[in-house]
Design a protein around this ligand. Structure first.
Ligand SMILES: [Zn+2]
Length: 249
C-alpha cells in the first residue's frame, strides 16, 4: 500500500475506535469524552498503547491486560469495517468533498447498525442531524440536487410513517428518521432502492431465523441494519442496479 491509502485506512481505524465508544455510550446516555476508555469489567483505565485500533485487541488476545476479562470481538470488527469502508471510499472518490461526506454517512450507519442490534433503537442524536447534514451536502457538494435530496427525505419519512400507522408498531420511529436521513444523502431513487434491498435482506434473514431457531413471527428483527446495508449498496452500486432494474420492466 502506498502512503495515502494506508493513512486513510489508519484514520478509518482510529475513527472506528471512537465509534466503539459511541456505540457503547450513546444508548446509555453517557458522555463521549469523559471518562476515558476503561475496562467495563474491572474499570482499569486502558492505556494508550493498549488502545491501538485492531492491533491491541490481537496483541492482548482479546482480553483486558489487568483482569483478563474478554474484550468483545466487536471492537476490532467495528474498527476494521470503518477502516475498510474509508479505504473503499478513497478508491471510489479520491480525497474529495464527497469522500469526506460519504465517510461521515458510512460511520453514522455503522454506529446505528450496532446500536440497533444491541438495543433495538436508532438514536435521534445521529439520524436527525444526519438529515440536516445530508440536505446541506446535496445543496453544496453531493451529486443529488437539493430538490432530489429533499424529496428523498420527505418521501422516505412519509412512506415509513404510513407503514408505522398501518402496521401499528411494526415500524419504529427510529426507522422513519433513518430512512429520511438516507433519502437526504442519496436522493429519492436510491432511497427507494434502499427500502427494496433492506426489505429483501430483512425477509431472507427473518425467514432463515424462523426456520433455524424456530423464532416466532413476533420475534422482531431490527430493520435498521438492513436499511444501513441497503443504503451502502445503493450508494456504491445503485446506479447500475437501477439501470438493470429499469431494463427488466
Ligand atoms: Zn479489566
Amino acid at each position: 500500500m502506498t502512503f495515502v491509502p494506508f493513512t486513510v485506512f489508519l484514520f478509518g481505524a482510529v475513527v472506528g475506535s471512537f465509534l466503539n465508544v459511541c456505540i457503547y455510550r450513546i444508548p446509555r446516555k453517557e458522555s463521549l469524552v469523559f471518562p476515558g476508555s476503561h475496562c467495563p469489567a474491572c474499570n482499569a483505565p486502558i492505556r494508550f498503547y493498549d488502545n491501538i485500533p485492531i492491533a491491541s485487541w490481537i496483541f492482548l488476545f482479546g482480553k483486558c491486560r489487568t483482569c483478563r476479562h474478554p474484550i468483545s470481538f466487536q471492537y476490532p470488527l467495528v474498527e476494521a469495517i470503518n477502516a475498510g469502508g474509508y479505504l473503499y471510499l478513497y478508491f471510489r472518490f479520491n480525497l474529495s468533498g464527497p469522500m469526506v461526506l460519504y465517510a461521515l454517512f458510512f460511520s453514522a450507519l455503522l454506529v446505528i447498525t450496532f446500536i440497533d442490534l444491541h438495543h433495538k433503537i436508532i438514536p435521534d442524536v445521529i439520524s436527525l442531524p444526519g438529515i440536516g447534514i445530508g440536505l446541506l451536502a446535496c445543496l453544496f457538494v453531493l451529486p443529488p440536487d437539493f430538490l432530489d435530496a429533499l424529496t428523498g427525505a420527505a418521501l422516505g419519512w412519509g412512506l415509513f410513517y404510513l407503514i408505522a400507522l398501518v402496521s401499528r408498531g411494526g415500524m419504529g420511529g427510529g426507522d422513519i428518521k433513518l430512512i429520511a436521513m438516507i433519502g437526504a444523502f442519496l436522493g429519492w431513487k436510491k432511497m427507494l432502492l434502499t427500502i427494496m434491498l433492506g426489505a429483501l435482506g430483512g425477509s431472507v434473514v427473518g425467514i432463515a431465523l424462523m426456520i433455524l431457531f424456530k423464532k416466532s413471527r413476533k420475534y422482531a428483527v431490527p430493520f435498521g441494519p438492513f436499511l444501513a446495508v441497503g443504503a451502502l449498496a445503493s450508494l456504491f452500486w445503485g446506479t447500475s442496479l437501477i439501470e438493470w432494474y429499469l431494463r427488466l420492466v
